[in-house]
Ligand binder design. Structure first.
Ligand SMILES: [Zn+2]
Length: 434
């Protein structure tokens, strides 16, 4: 058994002092605020955070796509260039380094929206899940849990076959996708296998029910939704319905589903997402990097669509920045302050996020839950004097302020690991471009 006395910790929705936690077999067996003695862990400790939307290989693009003018679609050409360069070994190395960067930022679980499946000419690898398994192994080595959201991708656009590097993403149809993913049926500990619909442009309507049925009532199902106005227009032209309406009509929405981005929505879309209890996964640093726009996060929440958070393209890996950006973007859009409270945002990044990835037993410092602990320095130049409460975490801290990370009862990051993680990233990304 491990026992720790947390100087301050976010327990039961508030920050409490001197919280004694006892851990056995990776779970909390007791949580006692106001304790007198124990091995002290200084700082403010929060539950593990869930990064609900990741494309690990996009990490290779950071800093390399900023010179040219353009749009989401010109950025996508650069992203496709990297997608064309990876094999299972290179993907594994890049993903491991990226997941280590996540771990050091307090992320204890990643939702990997994985569509880079096949060889460059579209032929499956000998093991047709070689690329997905490379990600699973990368997460294991980085010490974080993974939900592998294996992504169905069938068409380049409405009625268009896969084009160029997209042949690496595509299965023959949704049935072939389900057969391939079915081979991952018994994942190892620390892994959930879920499903994803890449988008309404990449999965024709008649194929959507097969993916939704495979996910069933229990598995996580994620989908890119209305990130770009152009996609909305093309969808309405093809189907006379918005992307949200198309997904609703074919059984894709519901409480196990996460709609990623949900940026350009009609009032009817918001009502549909809310009434079905679909999660809205916002990725503000990517959405700002790509010039996507600002989605209606608060209106979705009020309608009944719970918020979750992701770092998506990894232009930034810092869920503290993502949390506050949800509120700050609303301020820019509305010229009003105070849409989201710090506890609400912290809950989105922890318990809500974990639940949306199929980990109902994580994301809280509570008896029976998985023992994830993320400790933040409250005396850094950024956090000093900020009150050492939820607002310090959400509105002052950065990934750099994380001093220790425990996942499932095991310490996976300590202060001082960052130099080595930086070297590993540099090496893995260098190999992508040689
Ligand atoms: Zn994405």
């Amino acid at each position: 058994m491990t026992s720790l006395l947390l100087e301050r910790a976010w327990v039961d929705g508030s920050v409490q002092d001197d919280v004694l936690v006892e851990i056995e077999d990776g779970r909390f067996t007791s949580v006692t605020p106001g304790a007198q003695s124990g091995e002290r862990l200084a700082g403010l400790t929060i539950p593990g955070m869930a990064n609900c939307h990741s494309h690990a290989f996009h990490r290779a693009l950071r800093g390399r796509t900023q010179r040219e003018r353009g749009s989401f679609w010109t950025w996508r050409d650069q992203m496709y260039d990297v997608a064309g360069r990876l094999d299972p070994d290179g993907y594994h190395e890049l993903a491991r380094a990226t997941y280590r960067e996540m771990a050091a930022a307090g992320i204890t679980c990643v939702g990997e929206f994985h569509y880079l499946h096949h060889q460059p000419d579209g032929t499956p690898y000998d093991d047709p899940n070689a690329m997905g398994l490379a990600l699973v192994e990368a997460a294991r080595e980085a010490g974080i849990r993974i939900t592998l959201l294996d992504t169905c991708y069938l068409s380049s656009g409405f009625g268009e076959p896969p084009d160029g590097v997209q042949v690496r993403y595509a299965d023959r149809d949704a049935t072939a996708w389900a057969e391939r993913v079915g081979l991952l049926a018994a994942p190892p500990t620390g892994v959930v296998v879920g499903a994803a619909v890449h988008s309404v442009r990449a999965v024709p309507v008649e194929q959507l029910p097969t993916v939704a049925e495979w996910a069933g009532a229990a598995k996580p199902l994620h989908v890119h939704l209305s990130e770009q106005v152009a996609e909305n227009r093309a969808c309405v032209a093809a189907y006379s319905r918005t992307p949200t309406e198309v997904l609703a009509l074919h059984g894709v929405l519901g409480p196990r589903t996460s709609a990623v981005h949900a940026t350009h929505l009609t009032e009817g879309d918001i009502r549909l997402l809310g009434s079905t209890g679909t999660h809205a996964c916002f990725c503000p640093t990517t959405e700002r990097d790509l010039g996507d726009g600002v989605g209606p996060s608060r209106r979705l929440h009020v309608a009944g669509a719970p918020l979750t958070i992701g770092s998506d393209s990894h232009a930034v890996i810092d869920l503290f920045e993502e949390m506050r950006a949800v509120e700050l973007d609303e301020r820019l859009a509305s010229q009003q302050r105070g849409h989201w409270s710090a506890p609400e945002l912290l809950s989105a990044a922890t318990a809500r996020g974990h639940r949306s990835l199929g980990w109902d037993d994580a994301g809280a410092i509570a008896v029976g839950r998985r023992a994830d602990l993320v400790t933040i320095d409250t005396t850094s130049p950024r956090t000093a004097g900020t009150g050492r409460d939820e607002s310090s975490v959400v509105f002052a801290a950065t990934a750099e302020d994380v001093t220790q990370v425990m996942v499932d009862g095991r310490v996976v990051v300590r202060k001082g690991d960052r130099d080595e993680i930086g070297r590993e990233l540099d090496e893995a990304i260098g190999k992508v471009f040689t």
